[in-house]
Design a binder for this molecule. Structure first.
Ligand code: WT7
Length: 649
């Protein structure tokens, strides 16, 4: 395969933080002496007590332990707010663009942000929240979500955001697993002109939680909601009466900042724990270099704060750098497919960061939606979440960026805290579909999946692992360090295993080929197939279910569910609809199967193990290479499944 290489223009490189020589030198330095390199880079933050220790990390299974800046003391909210007040108190910190384009945008200055966060922090204290307590945040994309995060950080509480698209059950599970004392939600959430009843979801979730959990409600739309006395609290009202002064609590670098639940290959989502010093330093550094962020730029990441992308690149990275960050409440297609570009024009966005799935959806609507707007302020375009197909890459480059803006394809994970593979835009030429080269300190390796040996030739294909730690790495799974070690450090000893397949080309560029475990990537969101399966089998009509991914034009991967019904059930379209709705309510709309196939039998080995490989091939319409099916207990089920697959029905 040959690929077009796109080099940054000389004028871009001239004003960029780094050119090629700069990147090469800094990368070499980061590997030659990590202690010195990260010791220097940690100064991107303000420390109350400077660290004397930099890196104490052990990847050995059984002893996995990751600490950065372990004796340093800082406060994350002071780094994101207070330290900027003297020089940029009147600069906009957050631009809030509401769902309805006719509602006014808000420009929240650093001074105003300080006022709100201090008040919010005092409200939390008044509700009995103490250092180390967990606070679950279930909010739409409104400024109060950022205030709540930073207020937790200010008093040393640990936030855990649950994406507002998750169901009451999913919310309850996360409140219970984290042992949260407080749930913060809003009345209703407008998105794309429709409203989600967040408070009533919260009410439903709290039925399954300890009655000690309090519910802080942001009255955002003013819609009618039910109210439980002695449990529900009106946050905005309390903020008005709270003091605008709450001293930032000195925290250890290794104190947890947040827990964020993410899907894995087992049924139960795990709480990814990120700590304070290393995470913030890494988020700030990657934000600065990968987006080539300069003072005064307007930065827009279209993710939701319910995902790690929103944590690192809407809130923590940008605010630590004193940036202007845009928060968008709406969706890319409301009121029409030009909304992203209308917002870019309106707020003169300089760096724009979105997901390939959004680009594919917009690309299909035609170029006029882009061409109606002046996008000349855009300097860098970013993507994240899934491999970007070259068609979408080229459209982004040609139609949105007019060939002027370097595209940064950033590969990373909830677990990594920030980018691991990404081009530094003034330095590294790009190739459509490749996340290119590692960030500073990152040592990617490709292992042979069967032997676990490192493939040392430049050209290589296998599983992607990391050889050594970086400051933004997750530290543990909430409440289950064993699971942390087993998930990431057991299969390939001495390495962090990403779960992704990867190819390295002759230029040393990395190309992510997708997950190699039972995780699928739906619209850039990670979904555990086991999670969807357990939701399905929880329905009384279902005897057995197997879920795999299949190619989906817009979403990247769709959810393909093979369902075996109980003997007394008759397959029908109505039952399919019922099961779709069931999964939506069990997990949330993002988990709804795109295709359900009735499976009178599933391909199993004689010992009863489902051969998922075969199910994947059928769902991918790749039935020419099913491989050996002779070990199946009943090989004939395969023919039935092929005959009734999405491609043949
Ligand atoms: C998985 C992580 C990190 C924020 C968004 C998703 C896939 C992510 C890329 C990319 C190819 C990508 C990987 C990864 N992924 N970015 N640029 N190219 N694949 O975070 O939910 O933790 O999912 O998303 O498969 O393992 P996440």
């Amino acid at each position: 395969m040959t690929h077009t290489t796109h080099s940054p223009s000389q004028s871009f490189t001239d004003t960029a933080h780094l050119d090629r020589a700069g990147y090469d030198a800094m990368y070499a330095e980061s590997l030659a002496d990590p202690e010195k390199f990260w010791g220097d880079q940690g100064k991107i933050l303000d420390w109350i007590t400077p660290y004397t220790q930099v890196k104490q990390t052990d990847f050995n299974f059984g002893k996995v332990d990751i600490k950065w800046y372990a004796d340093g003391v800082l406060n994350v909210s002071a780094n994101c707010i207070d330290r900027h007040l003297a020089t940029r108190g009147d600069q906009t910190a957050i631009i809030f663009e509401p769902d309805d384009p006719n509602d006014p945008a808000q420009h929240i200055t650093y001074n105003a942000l300080s006022d709100k966060v201090n008040r919010f922090a005092n409200v939390l204290l008044s509700q009995g929240v103490m250092r180390g307590d967990r606070v679950v945040i279930y909010l739409p994309m409104i400024p109060e979500a950022a205030y709540a995060m930073l207020a937790c950080a200010r008093i040393g509480a640990i936030h855990s955001i649950v994406f507002a698209g998750f169901s009451p059950d999913a919310l309850a599970n996360r409140i219970n697993d984290s042992g949260a004392k407080i749930l913060i939600t809003a009345d209703t959430a407008p998105r794309g002109g429709r409203k989600t009843a967040l408070k009533s979801n919260a009410d439903a979730a709290l039925l399954h939680c300890s009655d000690k959990v309090r519910c802080l409600v942001v009255k955002h739309t003013g819609d009618q909601i039910s109210w439980t006395e002695n449990r529900d609290v009106d946050v905005k009202f309390l903020m008005q009466h709270a003091s605008p002064d709450c001293p930032p609590r000195p925290m250890n670098a290794e104190d947890p900042l947040f827990v964020l639940y993410t899907s894995g290959s087992t049924g139960k989502p795990k709480g990814v724990v990120h700590t304070s010093g290393g995470y913030l330093a890494y988020a700030a550094m990657t934000h600065k270099y990968v987006f080539d962020y300069h003072d005064g730029d307007v930065f827009w990441c279209t993710a939701d704060v319910g995902w790690v992308t929103g944590h690192s690149y809407i809130v923590y990275g940008p605010l630590a750098n004193g940036a202007t960050t845009l928060m968008f409440e709406g969706v890319p297609t409301y009121p029409d497919a030009g909304r992203f570009w209308a917002v870019c024009e309106k707020h003169k966005v300089n760096q724009f960061y979105t997901a390939p799935t959004a680009l594919r959806a917009l690309m299909g609507q035609g170029n006029s939606f882009v061409e109606n707007y002046d996008l000349s302020d855009i300097k860098v375009l970013g993507t994240v979440g899934e491999p970007i197909n070259p068609e979408a890459w080229n459209w982004y480059n040609d139609v949105v960026g007019k060939g002027r803006a370097p595209i940064v394809d950033t590969w990373w994970q909830t677990e990594t805290g920030g980018h691991l593979l990404a081009p530094i835009p003034g330095a590294v030429p790009t190739k459509p579909g490749s996340a290119t080269l590692p960030f500073f300190g990152v040592q990617p390796v490709i292992l042979d999946p069967t032997t676990g040996e490192e493939i040392t030739t430049t050209e290589a294909e296998g599983v992607l692992c990391l050889k050594d730690s970086w400051p933004g790495q997750m530290r543990t799974v909430w409440g289950d360090h064993e699971r942390f070690q087993e998930t990431y450090f057991q299969q390939y000893k001495g390495y962090y295993f990403s779960g992704d397949g990867c190819r390295r080309d002759a230029d040393g560029y990395y190309w992510i080929t997708g997950r190699v475990d039972d995780v699928i990537n739906v619209s850039g969101h990670r979904m555990g197939t086991a999670e969807v399966e357990s939701a399905l089998v929880a329905n009384a009509t279902v005897a057995e279910a197997a879920v795999v991914g299949f190619p989906h034009e817009i979403k990247g991967q769709g959810i393909y569910a093979y369902v075996t019904l109980m003997n007394d059930q008759t397959p029908s379209e109505a039952l399919k609809k019922e099961l779709e709705t069931w999964v939506r309510t069990e997990i949330g709309p993002i988990a709804k199967p795109d295709f359900i196939q009735w499976a009178p039998g599933l391909p199993k080995t004689r010992s009863g193990k489902i051969m998922r490989r075969i199910l994947r091939k059928i769902a991918e319409n790749d039935t020419g290479s099913l491989g050996d099916t002779s070990t199946l207990a009943d090989p004939s089920v395969v023919d039935d499944l092929i005959a009734n697959s999405i491609y043949n029905s």
